[in-house]
Design a protein around this ligand. Structure first.
Ligand code: HXC
Ligand code: NAP
Length: 283
């Protein structure tokens, strides 16, 4: 579906693009011809990531910027637009998260995560939206949320669940409000994709990790390439009529709450089949 020019003429800012899924998306966009801007708090990480991204021959710049700082985010957008001449895409990917019993959270801990996830996404989106609207340009915003952003939320990651739910509401609200300006706003809700950032904070032991794996019908974690392909598709001209959508990519994990889904954890599939047959015969 893609070719090396799929994202040619695009310039895309990926927040938190120095590591993890942000870097994987940035690599894919560069491979498909986009110029890339990445930002984060740690300069060395961004510098190393930029060297990798330059291998595809498109223009790459990094910006040391904490997305919680509205003024600094504004300066970053000014620099990007001055340097590249335009900006057509924004991926709100930067996030913070940690495991905690909610009764033990400090107000500062709750605020740190919500500030990065929700305010950080708002700060970037607000500057980007104004730039596009003032200059009568079309553009794309892609928000990286989580599967617990809607429906069930999630225990033990309350600040993240609240922040991501807000980002999802922002996705849908702005898709409608800014549709008239030619701005598309979509989201991706990833299931588990191994990254150092997520794994060190959310998967404390191997036992825990294995238990988690058991929840996924596909029987495996996600591959970064799979998510990067989806992101490229949503940002590209292959999806011009898709907006306000949140695409889940999780190997079926989100569906684990189905009322009878648990029963193949009680006995093996073959034993279950025999039990089903006996129930049928009894009737
Ligand atoms: C409880 C914690 C904490 C922890 C920090 N805090 N870590 N509270 N448990 N493990 C509290 C501190 O006590 C402090 O509150 C407040 O948070 C701010 O702490 P700082 O260290 O100053 O935070 P800061 O430098 O701003 O860092 C933000 C961070 C950190 C969110 C706490 O983890 C971070 O930088 N994360 C970025 C990367 C990341 O999290 N990646 C994973 C995304 S994975 P007080 O009140 O004491 O001042 C993801 C996927 C989910 O989202 C789905 C997976 C399947
Ligand atoms: P990650 O590698 O820790 O990525 C987070 C990035 O955000 C880092 O590069 C970090 O760089 C940057 N960042 C954090 N706070 C920032 C701030 N205040 N300002 C600017 N940049 C900041 O984690 P990841 O797993 O790739 O997560 C990427 C996205 O996917 C997140 O939105 C996450 O919620 C989502 N997600 C991931 C998974 C998964 O399984 N991995 C599942 C669901 C959703 P600095 O530290 O240098 O600032």
């Amino acid at each position: 579906m893609f070719n090396k020019d799929t994202l040619k003429n695009e310039t895309i800012l990926i927040t938190g693009g120095g590591s993890g899924l942000g870097l994987s998306m940035a690599k894919k966009f560069a491979e498909l011809g986009a110029n890339i801007a990445i930002c984060g708090r740690k300069e060395k990480k961004l510098m190393d990531a930029s060297e990798i991204l330059k291998e595809h021959g498109t223009e790459v710049r990094f910006y040391t910027c904490d997305v919680r700082d509205y003024e600094r985010v504004g300066e970053m957008f000014d620099s990007i637009i001055k340097h590249f001449g335009n900006l057509s895409g924004l991926v709100n990917n930067a996030a913070g998260n940690f495991l905690s019993a909610s009764e033990d959270l400090s107000p500062g801990g709750f605020k740190a995560v919500v500030d990065i996830v929700l305010y950080g996404s708002f700060n970037c989106t607000h500057h980007f939206g104004n730039y596009l609207i003032d200059n009568k340009r079309k553009g794309n915003i892609l928000n990286i949320v989580t599967t617990y952003a809607e429906d069930a939320g999630s225990a033990f990651v309350l600040p993240s669940a609240c922040g991501k739910a807000g980002v999802l509401a922002m996705t849908r609200s702005l898709a409608y409000e800014w549709g008239t300006y030619g701005i598309r706003v979509n989201a991706i809700a990833p299931g588990p994709f191994p990254t150092e950032g997520a794994w060190t904070r959310l998967f404390p032991t191997k036992k825990f990790e294995n238990k988690y794996l058991g929840k996924i019908p596909a029987g495996r974690y996600g591959d970064h390439e799979e998510l990067a392909n989806l992101a490229a598709f949503l940002l590209s001209d292959l999806a011009p009529y898709i907006t306000g959508e949140c695409v889940t990519i999780d190997g079926g994990e989100k569906l684990s709450g189905g009322q009878f889904n648990f029963i193949d954890s009680v006995m093996s599939r073959n034993k279950l089949k025999m039990a089903f047959k006996m129930l049928k015969l009894k009737k």
